[in-house]
Write a protein that binds this ligand. Structure first.
Ligand SMILES: C[S@@+](CC[C@H](N)C(=O)[O-])C[C@H]1O[C@@H](n2cnc3c(N)ncnc32)[C@H](O)[C@@H]1O
Length: 313
């Protein structure tokens, strides 16, 4: 099933292809390729796995239904992306370049219904690249800005440019489980009317480290996971300790995920659902409004491969 707009696919013949994690230490910097630039605009590209397409597809499907369905029900709609990247990716397996999440949204036919869009990343170089790309699109209600999900005071400054009466959609796309839950709480409290799509990247580090984090108080990523989850005592609970001894890491991740959903509910994000992307992460939708969930379900009916995938359960 194709998107309603194309992602400006191009083959990049200079891509070395199939760089493994070791090789990528030489060929990339913060995942930005040092070997080749975009065939389309000669700006740097982000090296990604093929599954990136699924994320972009699912985000765009929701964005279309959300913006069309809500445009007349609110005074305005805003879009925010936290962890925006530079706007264009290169699939390391095939050497094919495509628009990343930010550019795909800016080029979405329904972007017209958005009053303002902000793209946040903590890497200054990435934001400079993205802003050049936004300039090429001649869009004047969107910009990239440096920000960090660990600092809510900086986010507050950035958000002050938004009208709080509007409905907001925020997409959060980190590479690991390091976005603190306090940031999610802050965003929900700040905007009130905000729907979230979050990358829940359990497959990149959580699944490998959760047992260690649960059984060893000094384990390096333990504090990161506790801050991500928002429960300081999670690994001290007897049932979690028992699970770590008697069970496998997949079951532990599932328990951790259920706890996360509980925490989302506690801050008013009552309605949530997730889609699995290649055993690596879940695209998690969360809203305080049942209509949001209805739209999400509708938008995810057809998977990027034209078939339903197994939902994490
Ligand atoms: C998975 S990539 C984003 C990819 C992009 N959304 C796309 O699909 O085209 C994650 C991004 O998060 C940024 N990042 C890492 N730590 C961050 C932080 N603390 N605050 C904000 N952005 C961060 C990285 O620079 C990187 O560009």
């Amino acid at each position: 099933m194709k998107l309603t707009h194309n992602l400006r696919e191009r083959i990049n013949y200079k891509c070395i292809k199939n760089c493994n994690p070791e090789k990528r230490k030489e060929t990339t910097n913060n995942d930005i390729c040092k070997v080749t630039k975009s065939e389309l605009d000669k700006l740097p590209v982000r090296c990604v796995g093929n599954w990136a397409y699924q994320k972009i597809y699912r985000l765009n499907q929701y964005f279309g239904i959300f913006s069309n369905g809500m445009k007349n029900k609110w005074n305005g709609l805003n879009y925010i992306e936290l962890c925006s990247g530079p706007g264009r990716c290169i699939l390391r397996k095939t050497g094919e370049e495509i628009d990343g999440t930010s550019l795909s949204i800016l080029r979405h036919p329904s972007f017209n219904f958005i009053k303002k869009a902000i793209f946040i990343d903590n890497d200054e170089t990435i934001i400079k690249i993205l802003n050049k790309r936004i300039k090429h699109l001649s869009i004047n209600n969107a910009y990239g800005i440096i920000g960090n999900y660990n600092y809510t005071d900086i986010l507050e400054d950035i958000f002050s440019d938004f009208n709080k009466d509007f409905l907001n959609l925020i997409f959060i796309d980190p590479t690991d489980c390091s976005v603190p839950f306090k940031t999610i709480r802050f965003i929900k409290e700040y905007f009130k009317n905000v729907d979230f799509i979050m990358n829940f990247p359990y497959g990149t580090d959580l699944i490998r480290n959760i047992q260690g984090a649960a059984t060893n108080a000094n384990y390096p990523s333990r504090i990161k996971y506790l801050q991500f989850l928002g429960n300081e005592d999670y690994f001290d609970r007897n049932e979690v300790k028992n699970l770590a001894i008697s069970s496998n890491s997949r079951k532990m991740v599932l328990d951790f995920f259920k706890e996360y959903i509980k925490n989302l509910k506690s801050i008013g994000l009552m309605y949530s659902e997730s889609e699995l992307v290649r055993n690596l992460y879940l695209l998690l939708f969360a809203s305080g409004n049942p209509k949001g969930l209805e739209f999400w379900k509708k938008s995810q009916n057809i998977s990027p491969n034209d078939q339903r995938e197994i939902i994490f359960s």
